[in-house]
Design a binder for this molecule. Structure first.
Ligand code: ASP
Length: 305
């Protein structure tokens, strides 16, 4: 089952030579799939869940996508799901779906760095590779496929604004590679980290919005001003991306601890691209092992529950 959400993979430019000046989310999924000769005759169905540039990803699309995934995953005739998605927030959607679905079947997000009208578009090959992973015996969990590389939802992050191979898995490394329709698996399929799936999908069906959680970054000259503004604005949670091993400017830290004392939920992540915080003793702010954008999803789901 292919669920489409838009992105550059469905984008169009005025000229075939233009790989960057395009509009994302223009072409419907049926049309995109019809252009790929390798798919003709295969038992592949498609549904357009949304048609957006993933920079604008929001709760309505996430909720609809999670519900459509849950619906199709429950059908015995469905072996796996492929989701076409923009690259910009792909890692967030992948992580969100892993946390709420924890699927025993594969849910494979794929994308493109060049629009569908490009002379050498990367989208069709990515779709073919993603379908190969979704159909692979034993495949499970939420993963991303781009430029022949398979990444686990927990680890995947966009690491390049232009290169076709735009994603990385940090220290963990990729799950595997797709080569001529065959999967070369390097490590085990992701398994459900927490048993939140049954209640999570019920909770999100009821929620009109996710609780408001914002991300704050530590940096040279950071102060607590932004945190105080957020608290005044009624924020429910703050994820702070600390420098290095989760360090915080003293002014920022003081404002965060005051917010926490006032009932705002905090999570500390590292702004480093690789690794996660190594603590020698429990600090005053709960840590998260993943990136700030993924920590934000966990805190939102926690507050929702
Ligand atoms: N802005 C686009 C999106 O995320 C970028 C892409 O798909 O590559 O939808």
């Amino acid at each position: 089952m292919v669920l489409a959400t838009g992105g550059t993979i469905a984008g169009t430019a005025a000229s075939a030579g233009d790989n960057v000046g395009y509009s994302a989310a223009q072409i419907g999924i049926e049309q995109l799939l019809a252009r790929i000769p390798a798919l003709q005759g295969l038992p592949v169905l498609a549904e357009q869940v949304a048609q957006i540039d993933s920079k604008d990803m929001d709760w309505d699309v996430w909720r609809a996508l999670a519900q459509r995934c849950a619906h199709w995953l429950a059908q015995d005739s469905v072996q796996g799901i492929v989701i076409t998605h923009g690259t910009d927030t792909l890692e967030e959607t992948a992580y969100f779906l892993q946390q709420v679905l924890a699927p025993a079947k594969p849910v494979v997000l794929t994308c493109a760095m060049r629009p569908a009208t490009a002379l050498l578009a990367d989208g069709p090959q990515n779709i073919v590779d993603a379908l190969a992973v979704a159909a692979w015996p034993g495949a499970q969990g939420v993963v991303a496929v781009c430029a022949g590389v398979v990444h686990a939802a927990d680890d995947v992050a966009k690491v390049h604004p232009y290169r076709l191979d735009a994603f990385g898995s940090g220290d963990a490394g990729p799950l595997g590679h797709v080569e001529e329709g065959r999967l070369r698996l390097l490590r085990n399929w992701p398994v459900a980290p927490v048993n939140t799936a049954p209640s999570a999908i019920e909770n999100i069906a009821k929620a009109q919005q996710l609780p408001r959680v914002e991300i704050v970054l530590n940096h040279a000259g950071a102060s607590g001003a932004m945190v105080r503004d957020l608290v005044a604005g009624g924020v429910r949670g703050i994820v702070v991306a600390g420098t290095g091993n989760g360090t915080l400017h003293q002014g920022l830290e003081a404002a965060l601890l005051a917010a926490q004392a006032g009932g705002v939920a905090l999570l500390l992540a590292s702004r480093c691209a690789n690794g996660s915080i190594v603590r020698h003793a429990a600090g005053p702010i709960r840590m998260h092992a993943r990136s700030a954008v993924k920590a934000r999803i966990d805190l939102q789901l926690e507050l929702l529950a």
